[in-house]
Design a protein around this ligand. Structure first.
Ligand code: PHB
Length: 374
């Protein structure tokens, strides 16, 4: 008689917890820590010692994507977010990347320009924030004075565009100098690149507005500038075709994002990082949009994100709808999220009051499984 061993643990059947080859990098598993703003940078927007601890605690992720990091002061829109344009910032990040590598992890930096989602308080000389078009976002911004209305931004002049692209190139070079394994270009969530892509925020009549090709031009110029520094396998792009986050929309997202994904594929980019639905939920926007057909257009790694659970991640691998799954909020309150998902252990709850700003509380003091069991 042959003994039957019923396999009760889904983790033994899936490749979610197995190594994954991303270009020349070997990731320890297919679970990614998504970029998460925590607003704890030190004076000068420098990541400090607590950031070193925070990221190192999460180094068992197959890949960490850093919190969104502004490429210039003009790209800043929130209190205490880190930058990657000064020598002090590069040195601060170098301590993070060294510690993550020593712990066996891999880390990309997310390159960020918020565009109109800013306030003169954050801008050089108190200037207006910049955007493709002078359209005021609905919403408020947290300044040092508290909650304030957003302002009407200034439309970037055509002659300024090469300078902004060059800012991304310099930041990409700085990221290399800071020891990152790669860069993710933030083209999602209603920030500057997304403001160019989508037609609610881009009403330009020059070569950066109007047609799909024109609205994609800025993203592709930024991508090419980053590719002048990094090999394509070390570059990813984050997109959110349906997300209304930061008061953005597009009248016809399917052809726009099909074109974008085709162009990124033609450049042999390492990965596309896709936010499915509204950022942070709900995943269902009520719009008809086929993420899987978008995925099939792209030749390389597909990273899926947005409110994934363990079951959804296992299903995504079983159905092969994504190569990598990025988890956001669960990584904040579970530094050992990979181990918890693997062993199907309970997750600890996020404290929303310590998400942004503050000290180590709610940042580096979430328990590991072995501590929780003490
Ligand atoms: C945020 O700070 O709330 C934030 C930053 C970047 C994102 C999304 C949200 O892509």
């Amino acid at each position: 008689m042959t003994l039957q061993h019923p396999i009760t643990d889904a983790a033994t059947l899936t490749d979610l917890f197995q190594p994954y080859t991303l270009g020349s990098l070997t990731l320890a598993n297919r679970i990614v820590m998504a970029p998460l703003t925590r607003s704890r940078a030190l004076a000068g927007d420098v990541p400090g010692p607590l950031a070193v601890t925070y990221y190192t605690q999460r180094a068992s992720a197959g890949l960490i994507i850093s919190e969104a990091t502004q490429i210039t002061q003009q790209g800043k829109g929130y209190v205490q977010t880190p930058g990657i344009y000064s020598a002090e910032q590069i040195a601060g990040w170098r301590k993070v990347t060294d510690a993550v590598h020593a712990a066996g992890g891999k880390i990309f930096i997310q390159l960020w320009h918020v565009g109109r989602i800013s306030h003169p308080e954050f801008q050089p000389d108190g200037a207006l924030p910049v955007a493709p078009s002078a359209i005021k976002p609905e919403g408020t911004v947290y300044t040092s004075q508290g909650k304030e209305d957003m302002v009407t931004p200034r439309a970037l002049e055509l002659v300024e565009m090469p300078g902004v692209v060059a800012d991304y190139q310099r930041a990409a070079q700085n990221a290399l100098d800071a020891g990152f394994d790669g860069v993710e270009i933030h083209a999602a969530n209603g920030y500057l690149i997304d403001q160019f892509l989508r037609d609610k925020t881009n009403q330009r009549s020059d070569i950066y507005g109007g047609s799909i090709e024109n609205r994609s031009r800025f993203l592709l110029e930024v991508t090419d500038a980053v590719l002048s520094v990094w090999p394509p396998e070390r570059v990813g792009v984050r997109l959110s075709p349906l997300s209304a986050f930061n008061d953005i929309d597009d009248s016809n997202p399917a052809p726009l994002f099909s074109y974008v994904v085709d162009q990124l594929g033609a450049r042999n980019l390492g990965y596309v990082h896709m936010i499915e639905g509204n950022t942070g939920g709900p995943r269902d926007t009520g719009r008809d949009f086929d993420f899987d057909s978008l995925r099939k257009r792209f030749p390389n790694t597909w990273m899926a994100n947005n409110c994934y659970t363990r079951e959804m991640a296992l299903a995504a691998r079983a159905d092969n709808t994504a190569d990598l799954i990025a988890f956001g909020r669960p990584f904040i309150s579970n530094p050992d999220l990979v181990e918890r998902l693997r062993s199907n252990a309970p997750l600890s709850e996020l404290d929303p009051t310590t998400l942004y700003g503050g000290d180590e509380h709610g940042y580096t003091d979430y328990p590991f499984l072995n501590q929780a069991q003490d």
